[in-house]
Design a protein around this ligand. Sequence first.
Ligand code: PHE
Length: 363
Amino acid sequence: MENNITDIIKKAEELVFCFKKEIDNINDLKDIGLIRTKYMGKKGLFTSLLRSLNELNKDKKALAGKALNNMKKEVEEKINFHHELLRNKLLNDKLKKERIDITLPGRPINQGGVHPISKTMDEIISILGTLDFNVEEGPHIEDDYYNFTALNIPEYHPARQDHDTFYMNGSKKKKLLRTHTSPIQIRVMKEKKPPIKIIAPGNTYRCDDDATHSPMFHQIEGLVIDKNISMANLKWTIKELLTAFFNVKELPMRFRPSYFPFTEPSAEVDIGCSVDSGKLIIGKGKDWLEVLGCGMVNPKVFDNCNINTEVYNGFAFGLGVERFAMLKYGITDLRMFYDNDHRWLKHYSFKPTGFPNILKGIL
Ligand code: PHE
């Protein structure tokens, strides 16, 4: 029996010795798996040796068992350590090999195009740019105050219902995704002194999704504040914009009385059109199409922004970019703008090399 114990321990020590030699030569993760099975698997060398302890009596079994289990632990730890080491080494080698040389010149691709929404935005901004409007921006996540209250839409005002607002959960100061670009009017009025002449293009959000509504869409806001601004200035500006945008010289246009809490009086603008064999023709015919909302800035809004209504007045307008793009480029389903259908994009997008310029044909 004495011999047996020393034999077993000696055998175990030899196994550990062989194992150490083998593991140091391993350079492949697959071989780590193999060596683990060879020594530690169900039928592995170490496992079989441990099993042979059953031949010993209880005390000796405990004694030898302890020694063998210590060695087994050491082998296991070494396998795990080597495994980790090898994994890191292989990963680093791979990263080194796959390094991208960013100093190489790029290869041109012909695939991309300017999305009709970007194109339409650029055109409108360019037209209004020539009329001396400056571009302003505001946050997409707005305070309830800027989006509604300061625009004369207090809490429980029925106009809030029309906006299908996305509210943010758990925000202390009620936060929301802006439902229109009008909050930028407030931000600009609070920040700058009149005269003010700005446009504010950007994304807007409403909880609505069908053929004519998308939960995210785009608007362009306009705001002019100065002394002696009248509805005539508003009409002239809108006419300039629409005739240039639709490229129709004598564009029939009508201002229909409407209601917005932040403008007084308010109007909606329609342009003349007709449908000929299923095709929409802008600028001719007996039908009317609504294209934007506008009005004279409500004095209550000026009061909220500390602008002296004795001295200043102004006008504002807001238009939907998707609607402008659909009318001009004959797009019938609003959802296609955001479907990312490659065939649709290829057909409706514009060459990235041409940039809008009203003198050299944005149209
Ligand atoms: N904010 C309005 C809307 O989203 C549009 C508008 C802007 C109307 C400015 C008048 C003046 O419907």
